[in-house]
Design a protein. Structure first.
Ligand code: ADP
Ligand code: MG
Ligand code: MG
Length: 211
């Protein structure tokens, strides 16, 4: 019911905020190699504010809570990742508006989120961005639920595995979008920060669902 869903959104936001706080230094290290060394601070500040924002919103619809995560990220985080994460979460939250959060609507959310990220960032697969982790993850999640009929938890586990391979895929390729693209071939050999934070967020969604 709506209460359980609200609780799940709050728990997920809290777990993601804690994880990104733990990974702040590592994400910053990744971004200092091919960017401006702020991805750890951006992500941990943004998701801490988002978790706080949804913590005491009692009678909001689950979709409104998800939307609030997005709007908070937009207002707290500048740069590339703020609008990409925040705007896409905000827009994709609409998929939960009618039926709440279900296995079916979670697939719709994942697809809407990926579409928005690609729309806003205009990055194809292989441009060394968060899209490289997100695309295989979303496709795997959708297929696992809709074709293989797996329970959402198992589907999410497979999606996390796919995201992990996507993160590894960003290492040997050249950045074509964002700050890292200014480095050209010198971006080769470095792991993309945004793909990495996308993986961490998905891992925490899985951990929350397992609780
Ligand atoms: P900024 O680069 O503005 O400092 P962050 O460091 O917070 O912002 O985020 C950098 C991450 O954003 C990159 O690692 C990459 O994954 C992602 N990114 C940058 N530009 C794009 C884009 N056009 N499309 C998708 N993702 C992008
Ligand atoms: Mg940066
Ligand atoms: Mg920046």
């Amino acid at each position: 019911d709506a209460d359980t869903q609200r609780e799940a959104v709050r728990a997920a936001a809290e777990n993601v905020a804690d994880r990104l706080e733990d990974e702040k230094e590592y994400l910053t290290d990744l971004d200092s190699a091919i960017g401006d060394a702020d991805h750890g601070a951006n992500m941990s500040r943004g998701f801490r504010a988002a978790a706080d924002a949804v913590a005491d919103a009692d009678d909001a619809e689950p979709s409104d809570l998800v939307k609030q995560v997005g709007t908070t990220l937009i207002s707290e985080v500048g740069g590339a990742s703020g609008p990409l994460y925040g705007g896409s979460i905000m827009s994709a939250s609409q998929t939960f508006a009618e039926d709440g959060i279900t296995a079916e609507t979670s697939v719709d959310f994942a697809e809407a989120y990926l579409d928005k990220v690609k729309d806003r960032g205009d990055a194809r697969i292989g441009a060394k961005t968060m899209v490289d982790a997100l695309t295989p993850a979303v496709h795997t999640y959708k297929k696992s639920i809709e074709q293989d009929d797996l329970p959402p938890l198992e589907a999410l586990g497979k999606a996390v595995d796919a995201a992990e391979r996507g993160v590894e895929f960003t290492v040997p390729i050249r950045a074509e979008k964002g700050r890292a693209s200014y480095l050209g071939w010198r971006s080769v050999g470095h792991q993309d920060p945004g793909a990495t934070s996308t993986l961490y967020i998905m891992e925490e969604l899985l951990a929350t669902a397992e609780e």
